[in-house]
Write a protein that binds this ligand. Structure first.
Ligand SMILES: Nc1ncnc2c1ncn2[C@@H]1O[C@H](COP(=O)(O)OP(=O)(O)OP(=O)(O)O)[C@@H](O)[C@H]1O
Ligand SMILES: [Mg+2]
Length: 415
């Protein structure tokens, strides 16, 4: 592939607890992507969303990226957009204020830069700053402003959601990617990436809670009025459900995983009482016949626990009554039948299962909640790469290059 064509290529790399997935996309004229390559590998170096062993992680990354590159016919892989999750990730709402100087008292990109710098200065040096995502600007008394440049006022306040992570854990992700032979463009919060591929504009405006249930973690992100209000990582996922089944049925983990995926349900009362499943037990004990209803009764309490923890997050963050469009569940564990019924029972909100949207190309291959994060990372990458567009609009105020070098791509999250 020619070099100028290569500049249109974005690489999303989802380093998950159970699988590593690489999505290669070609940026199209409308800023979306056509997926031209997907590669998967089994993840063995992670626990609950965190890299605990760099070597196997690097190997799995290499395998997934090489597979995607081969499919896409891309020889050189540029810097990747990689996800981050795990209990060390924290999201908080904060704000900063600057005075608007100059005769006209018109807000410039420089003023926006200063207010973002003021947010940055509040952060703790031992934490890695992952995102500063704007909620709104307030100019004097006027709130709910989205793009303040060119408006008049004396005091500019930015209300933002700041995501930070452990520096060491972030470095472990970067090291794994570098060991695999690639470089990092940006590290992105996993549920923020998933929101790019799964949520609609209207859902974010009306208020929505996205729940990404993976193998090791459940990632939560809440949008109201188009902005991110809350992010959280809960350290329970689908592997815990498999573990519960293995213990309760005295079956090996692989058997429990197969049973869950083939016969599992998250809502016991709708499962036929008469249907039965043959289960292979540990050692040379004879197979056991188990009613499907019993399997669902083992799975349901763990799923309820996950959504009860989400409910607590919504209460604590004060977003509980503000999510008019309800809940979207995604991630591999969202594939279990009965998931909508459990969400409705616990959270008492409308629910749908989220599949990646806004893509062309290999749509069928990517059409699973398992790919929401990887596709979202590529979509985020496409947006970040085309941030020059919003830059041009602002460059009339001058100082743009300097602005980008200082605050990286945070800017793109503002407009
Ligand atoms: N059809 C299915 N029914 C039930 N569970 C499923 C199904 N398919 C996949 N899963 C579960 O989904 C989980 C993996 O989901 P996913 O690929 O989103 O996780 P991950 O990204 O590797 O992990 P994490 O995001 O937690 O780091 C596993 O626990 C798996 O058992
Ligand atoms: Mg995941």
């Amino acid at each position: 592939m020619a070099k100028d064509e290569n500049e249109k290529i974005v690489v999303g790399l989802d380093i998950g607890t159970t699988k590593i997935c690489c999505v290669i996309g070609e940026v199209n004229d409308s800023g979306g992507i056509n997926i031209i390559g997907i590669g998967n590998s089994v993840s063995r170096g992670l626990k609950r969303g965190i890299v605990v062993d760099i070597e196997p992680t690097a190997e799995a990354i290499k395998k997934a990226v090489e597979e995607a590159a081969r499919m896409a016919g891309v020889e050189e892989i540029g810097p990747v957009f990689a996800g981050i999750a795990g209990s060390h990730v924290k999201g908080i709402n904060t704000e900063a204020l600057v005075a608007i100087t100059g005769k006209s008292r018109e807000v410039t990109t420089g003023d926006v830069e200063r207010v973002i710098e003021a947010v940055k200065n509040q952060s703790v040096p031992e934490r890695e700053l992952i995102h500063i995502i704007s909620q709104e600007f307030v100019l004097d008394e006027q709130d709910e402003i989205r793009a303040p440049v060119g408006m008049r006022g004396q005091r500019l306040r930015a209300k933002v959601h700041v995501v930070t992570a452990s520096k060491a854990r972030t470095r472990d992700i970067e090291t794994s990617i570098e060991k695999a032979g690639y470089s990092v463009d940006e590290i992105v919060l996993q549920p923020y990436a998933s929101s790019e591929s799964v949520l609609t504009y209207d859902e974010k405006e009306l208020g929505v809670c996205l729940i990404d249930i993976g193998g090791g973690t459940t990632d939560v992100i809440v949008f109201t009025d188009g902005g991110v209000r809350h992010t959280a990582v809960i350290s329970i996922g689908g592997m815990q459900v498999t573990n519960d089944l293995a213990i309760a049925l005295k079956a090996p983990i692989e058997t429990a995983e197969d049973i869950k995926k083939t016969f599992g349900s998250a809502f016991a009362s709708t499962v036929n009482e008469m249907e039965e499943v043959r289960v292979k037990l540990i050692g040379d004990r004879p197979d056991r016949i188990v009613p499907k209803r019993i399997i669902a009764e083992i799975i349901q309490p763990r799923m309820e626990e996950i959504f009860e923890l989400v409910s607590q997050e919504l209460k604590m963050s004060g977003t509980e009554g503000k999510i008019a469009s309800g809940v979207v569940v995604t991630g591999g564990a969202a594939l279990i039948p009965g998931i909508e019924e459990v969400v409705e029972k616990v959270l008492k909100l409308p629910v749908r299962v989220g599949y990646p949207q806004g893509i062309g190309g290999l749509v069928e291959t990517a059409n699973s909640p398992i790919y929401s994060t990887a596709v979202g990372l590529a979509l985020y990458g496409a947006k970040a790469k085309s941030s020059g567009k919003s830059g041009l609009r602002l460059s009339t105020q001058g100082g743009l290059d300097n602005f980008f070098s200082k605050v990286k791509r945070w800017f793109v999250e503002f407009f």
